[in-house]
Ligand binder design. Structure first.
Ligand code: GDP
Length: 457
C-alpha cells in the first residue's frame, strides 16, 4: 500500500547485511559531514548524517542490519529485523538506495526487501556494490529482476557514484517540504552572561547565514528571521525573543534580561530551544529549572556549552559532569562552542535541525507495538496492589512533542519507573535526540478486545 506522506530530503540506504551499506554510507557522506548521529538500535546502530553532494544537502540514513549485532543466523529473524529497521527509516524518505552484492549475486532476501519497498511505494535505485572494475559491471544485469534502475558501484574503489548520485539528487524534492513550509522557531535561553547575545551575533554573521530583517517588536523582544542557503535549498529560521542582539557587551550584565516569565514565554513560542550554559560555571539551580521547563513544555532541546575556549577539561568529562548534575538531559545533544572564536557555532544549526527532525518523527504503529511488546516481555511491570499492568496497544497520537497513547488494563497501576523504562526503550530504538516523549495511558475495559495486540506472554 502506498502511503501518502510528505517527502523530505532524506535518502535511506537499505539492504541485507554485509553488502557494504556502511561503506556506501561513508563514501557518500565522507568528509562532508555535518553530524554523525549514532542511534543505538535494539539490533544495531542506525546512522544518520546530514551530508551534501554537489552542494545539495540531504539527510542520509543507514538502516543497519541485524545479524552482525546478535550473531543470529536465523534467516527469519534477520529478515524481520531488516524489514523493521528499514520501515522505521522510511518515513519521509524521498529515495531508497537498495544495496546488493555483485560478487554474491541476487539473493532471495534482496527480492524480499525490494518487494517490501515496492509495496511501500518508495522510489528505489539499486546500487550493486563491489563492482571493483569495469569487467564486473556487466554482472549487474541480473539485478534488473529487482525491477528498479541498477547502478554498479564500488564503495572500496570509489567507482560509479557520480551516476548513482545524479539520479538520487534528481529524485529529491526541491525543498524539504516540512522545513520549507514554516520557519523553525528557535529560542536561545540561559542565564545572563553565558554568552547568548554573543552566540546569536556570531551565528547571524557566520557564513551563508542571511539575516533578512530585524524587526524590533518591543524594546526587549525581537524576532530575527534568517535563512541558510539560497533558492530552493534555503532553510528558514526565526530566532525568537533575542533581546540584546545588537548590544553585546554594552548592557550591564546585572540587568536582568532573563526573568522566569521571559523564559517561559520564549520557550512556549519555540519549536526548538537552545539552552546556553557557561563552560566555566557548574549548572546553577536556575539553569536546572529552565531546562526542566523546556522538557515540561515538550520542546526540542539543544544544550550549548559556550566559552569552550576557556575550558580546562575534555568534552567527555564535561559532558559526564553535566549528566551527573542533570540526569534529565541525557536525551539532549550537547554542543561545545565558543562565541568568541566562532568554534562550532554553525554546527549548532545542524544539531537544531536534527532535533527538529526528531520531534517530527512518525513511528509506524506496527513497529511501535513490536517495540513495546519486546520491552514488555523483557521487563515486566511491577505488580501494584497485587495487580499486574497489561498493555494492549500503543499508537502515536502526535508530533512535536511526540505523544504515544498506550491502552492498558488499569491506569492507576502504571509505575513511574516503568514509564521511564518504556521511554528509554523508545529512545534506544528510535533515537529521538533532544525530543521529548510523552506517554498517555488510557484504560481499556475489555481485555479480549480483538484489537488487543500486546498482552503478557
Ligand atoms: P548574555 O548575557 O548571555 O547575552 O551574554 P553576552 O553575550 O553578553 O556575553 C557575556 C560575556 O561573555 C561578554 O563579555 C562576552 O564577550 C563573553 N563571552 C561570550 N561568549 C564567549 C566565549 O565563547 N568565550 C569567552 N571567553 N567569552 C565569551
Amino acid at each position: 500500500m502506498k502511503t501518502e506522506q510528505t517527502k523530505r530530503r532524506i535518502v535511506v540506504i537499505a539492504g541485507r547485511p554485509n553488502v557494504g551499506k556502511s561503506a556506501i554510507f561513508n563514501r557518500i557522506a565522507g568528509g562532508r559531514v555535518a553530524i554523525v548521529h549514532k542511534q543505538a538500535g535494539v539490533t544495531r546502530d542506525r546512522l544518520m548524517k546530514e551530508v551534501s553532494w554537489d552542494d545539495k544537502r540531504f539527510w542520509l540514513i543507514d538502516t543497519g542490519g541485524i545479524s552482525s549485532a546478535d550473531g543470529s543466523k536465523n534467516v527469519d529473524a534477520v529478515q524481520k529485523g531488516i524489514k523493521e529497521q528499514v520501515e522505521a527509516s522510511l518515513e519521509g524518505a524521498a529515495v531508497v538506495i537498495l544495496v546488493v552484492d555483485i560478487e554474491v549475486g541476487l539473493m532471495p532476501l534482496d527480492l524480499e526487501v525490494a518487494g517490501m519497498l515496492r509495496e511501500r511505494g518508495c522510489d528505489v535505485v539499486v546500487a550493486s556494490n563491489k563492482a571493483d572494475n569495469s569487467d564486473r559491471d556487466k554482472d549487474a544485469v541480473e539485478f534488473d529482476r529487482l525491477g528498479f534502475q541498477v547502478f554498479p558501484v564500488s564503495a572500496l574503489h570509489n567507482r560509479g557514484f557520480e551516476d548513482l548520485m545524479q539520479v538520487i539528487l534528481e529524485g529529491l524534492p526541491e525543498v524539504d517540504e516540512v522545513t520549507a513550509k514554516t520557519p523553525l522557531r528557535v529560542a536561545v535561553v540561559g542565564r545572563p552572561n553565558v554568552g547568548k547575545s554573543s552566540y546569536v551575533n556570531r551565528l547571524l554573521r557566520s557564513d551563508r547565514v542571511i539575516v533578512s530583517d530585524i524587526p524590533g517588536t518591543t524594546r526587549d523582544s525581537i524576532d530575527v528571521p534568517f535563512v541558510i542557503g539560497k533558492g530552493a535549498q534555503a532553510r528558514h529560521y526565526i530566532l525568537i525573543d533575542t533581546a540584546g542582539i545588537r548590544h553585546v557587551g554594552k548592557i550591564d550584565s546585572s540587568v536582568e534580561r532573563f526573568g522566569r516569565f521571559r523564559a517561559e514565554n520564549s520557550i512556549s513560542n519555540s519549536d526548538v530551544v537552545v539552552m546556553v550554559l557557561d563552560a566555566d560555571v557548574s549548572p546553577t539551580a536556575q539553569e536546572k529549572k529552565i531546562i526542566s521547563l523546556i522538557i515540561e513544555e515538550g520542546k526540542g532541546c539543544v544544550i550549548v556549552v559556550n566559552k569552550w575556549d576557556l575550558a580546562e577539561t575534555g568534552k567527555a568529562e564535561h559532558r559526564l559532569g553535566l549528566l551527573r548534575a542533570m540526569p534529565f538531559i541525557s536525551h539532549c545533544p550537547i554542543v561545545f562552542t565558543s562565541a568568541k572564536t566562532g568554534y562550532s557555532i554553525r554546527r549548532t544549526v545542524d544539531v537544531i535541525d536534527m532535533v527538529a527532525a526528531q520531534t517530527m518523527l512518525v513511528i509506524p504503529t506496527g513497529i511501535l507495538n513490536r517495540t513495546i511488546v519486546n520491552a514488555y516481555s523483557k521487563v515486566h511491570p511491577p505488580a501494584i496492589g497485587g495487580k499486574m499492568l497489561k498493555i494492549y496497544y500503543a499508537t502515536q497520537v502526535g508530533c512535536a512533542p511526540l505523544r504515544i497513547r498506550l491502552f492498558v488494563n488499569d491506569i492507576r497501576i502504571v509505575a513511574d519507573g516503568y514509564k521511564a523504562y518504556i521511554i528509554r526503550i523508545l529512545r534506544d530504538q528510535f533515537g529521538l535526540e533532544g525530543a521529548p516523549v510523552l506517554l498517555q495511558f488510557r484504560a481499556r475495559k475489555n481485555e479480549r478486545n480483538p484489537r488487543s495486540r500486546i498482552r503478557k506472554k
